[in-house]
Design a protein around this ligand. Structure first.
Ligand code: ADP
Ligand code: MG
Length: 154
């Protein structure tokens, strides 16, 4: 068994740099994958997701907004696509610890998809697919520390 990849830490100094990081990261991603993004409000989760989704060719940056009220956005890459569908989930308004079925999210884990979840601590589940955890922290008004910890399948 190869060693798990080491955690990576990047500091970005503007939203544009965070988007660029997301675009670079997208080149390394392949489905099936679950990406869990944690960090306070305004830490830059949605901004990073803009770069990832754009880098995957699934939508333009300005089409990516937080699905706070709709829970989930689906971005379908144009063909020929390097990835399957990309799902963006925001659990900020979810109360308790619902499971995937209750939220109607079980279907998206049956697809060869890339799933990005903001506020993943509000969900209790075993996704049965590789997970990339990303933690974003405020350093100051325009700087963020972005820590990436790849994990193998559960
Ligand atoms: P979250 O989804 O974590 O609540 P958003 O991505 O919606 O956060 O918002 C991040 C806010 O912080 C935006 O207003 C953005 O312009 C600002 N910002 C300032 N510096 C950065 C940075 N280095 N990276 C990302 N966002 C930044
Ligand atoms: Mg957000």
């Amino acid at each position: 068994m190869p060693d798990p990849q080491p955690a990576r830490e990047v500091i970005t100094r503007s939203p544009e740099e965070t988007i660029r990081l997301g675009r670079e990261l997208a080149a390394e991603l392949k489905p099936p994958l679950l990406i869990l993004l944690s960090g306070d409000l305004g830490a830059g989760k949605t901004t990073l997701i803009k770069g990832i989704v754009a880098g995957l060719g699934a939508a333009a940056e300005d089409e990516v907004t937080s699905p706070t009220f709709t829970l989930i956005h689906k971005y379908q890459p144009a063909l020929p696509a390097r990835t399957g569908p990309v799902y963006h989930v925001d659990l900020y308004r979810i109360a308790g610890l619902p499971d995937l079925e209750t939220l109607g999210l079980d279907d998206i884990f049956a697809e060869n998809s890339i799933v990005l979840i903001e506020w993943p601590d509000r969900l209790a589940f075993d996704p049965g697919r590789p997970i990339l955890r990303i933690r974003l922290d405020h350093l100051d008004e325009s700087s963020r520390r972005i820590s990436l910890s790849p994990h193998r399948s559960p």
